[in-house]
Design a protein around this ligand. Structure first.
Ligand SMILES: C[S@@+](CC[C@H](N)C(=O)[O-])C[C@H]1O[C@@H](n2cnc3c(N)ncnc32)[C@H](O)[C@@H]1O
Length: 159
């Protein structure tokens, strides 16, 4: 498969997964967290599809498209672990978190996702959903949309 095809499949799974999760959290109180602002694509999608929720974003840099700059009060700029700790100390809890960190080096990306999993768990609302491009640990694995093959995008529920 060409890299273009591979990227399109990943982005389609990401978009479909986000849409599925946006509906699936309808009965769960809480905010939304995008882990990895990057260009701002998924943040833009989340703030559009979940416009009634507060959408937090964590990234070490602010380098997104100018139209996707999050409000200062919702953007936690810094390394993920201390930013997650800061959020955990606040009264805010997440009904949905989207994990989109990664350098593209599989082993390192998997290790970082495992390392950050407990800090993510600490900010989740009970029964909240986490959708992720990397495997996370310590959450209940759930089935996402039927048309996303196992492993292409991952779906979890917090305790
Ligand atoms: C793949 S990009 C995110 C793409 C974004 N969701 C989008 O749709 O445009 C990953 C981002 O995560 C950030 N990042 C990766 N690891 C991080 C960490 N440990 N702490 C904070 N930011 C991190 C990088 O700076 C980068 O902007």
């Amino acid at each position: 498969m060409s890299r273009l095809d591979s990227m399109l499949r990943r982005l389609t799974a990401q978009r479909d997964g986000l849409n599925w999760a946006a509906s699936a959290i309808a009965g769960i109180d809480g905010d939304v967290l995008d882990l990895g602002l990057g260009n701002g694509r998924t943040y833009d999608h989340l703030r559009e599809s979940l416009s009634d929720r507060r959408v937090w974003v964590i990234d070490r840099v602010l380098q997104c498209h100018p139209s996707c700059v999050p409000p200062e009060e919702n953007f936690l700029q810094g390394e993920a672990e201390p930013m997650l700790h800061r959020l955990a100390e606040s009264p805010h809890r997440m009904a949905l978190a989207h994990y989109d960190f990664g350098f593209g080096i599989k082993e390192e990306d998997v290790a970082e996702a495992a390392r950050l999993s407990p800090a993510i768990a600490a900010v989740m609302a009970s029964g909240g959903l986490i959708i992720s491009g990397q495997p996370l640990v310590g959450f209940q694995h759930i089935d996402g949309p039927a048309d996303i093959p196992d492993g292409r995008y991952m779906f979890y529920r917090a305790d």
